[in-house]
Design a protein around this ligand. Sequence first.
Ligand SMILES: Cc1cc2nc3c(=O)[nH]c(=O)nc-3n(C[C@H](O)[C@H](O)[C@H](O)COP(=O)(O)O)c2cc1C
Length: 200
Amino acid sequence: MKKIFSFLCLIAAIVVAMSACSSTKEEKGTSETGNAALDNIFARKSVRTYLNKGVEKEKIDLMLRAGMAAPSGKDVRPWEFIVVSDRAKLDSMAAALPYAKMLTQARNAIIVCGDSVRSSYWYLDCSAAAQNILLAAESLGLGAVWTAAYPYEDRMQVVRKYTNLPDNILPLCVIPFGYPATKENPKQKFDEKKIHYNQY
Ligand SMILES: Cc1cc2nc3c(=O)[nH]c(=O)nc-3n(C[C@H](O)[C@H](O)[C@H](O)COP(=O)(O)O)c2cc1C
C-alpha cells in the first residue's frame, strides 16, 4: 500500500513539474531559439483573414515606427506611409486589385510608398520598411500580408486613384492587417542548398 502511495506521489510530482515547466515557457514567451527577435522572424507569415475588430492606434503607430526604423541607402529614407481605414477606399481597392481581395475584411491597411525623385532605388529602401512592418505586426499579435502595387503599372494606378499620391510618390505595396481570423503556420523555408561559402 505504502509503495503504491509513493508511486502515485512520484507520478503526481512529475505531472506538476511538467506543467510548471510548460507554463513557465508560455508565461515568459520563451521560444524556439531563446531569442525573441529571431523567433518573431521565424514566426512571421502572410495572414489574409481578419476578425472584424479594430486595431489599437498604439499598435498601428508601432508598426509605422518599425517601418521608419529600416535601413535606407545614404540614409535618405524616401518612404511615405498612407494608413487607410476608410471602408469605401479599402473596398474599392479590393475590387480593383486582383491579389488584394482580403482588403474587404481588413479594417486597416498601410500603403508603403516611396519618393522616386529623392531616391532612384526607393523600392529597395521601402521593401526594408515593409518587411519591418510585417515583423512588427507579427510581434503585436496581428496578421498582415504584402500585396503588390509596384512594379505593376495597373495596380499602382489603382492605388494612386484612391490615395491622391503626387506624381513623384510611387506605391510599393498595400499591407492589409488586423487580428487574424485563422491560425496560420509559418512556412518552413530553410534550405541548406541555398547557402554557398566563398563561391557558388
Ligand atoms: C514582392 C511581394 C509581392 C507579393 N504580392 C502579394 C499579393 O499581391 N497578394 C498576396 O496575397 N500576397 C502577396 N505576397 C505575399 C507572398 O505570397 C508570400 O510572402 C509568400 O507566399 C510566402 O509566404 P509567407 O509570407 O507566409 O512566408 C507578396 C510578397 C512579396 C514579397
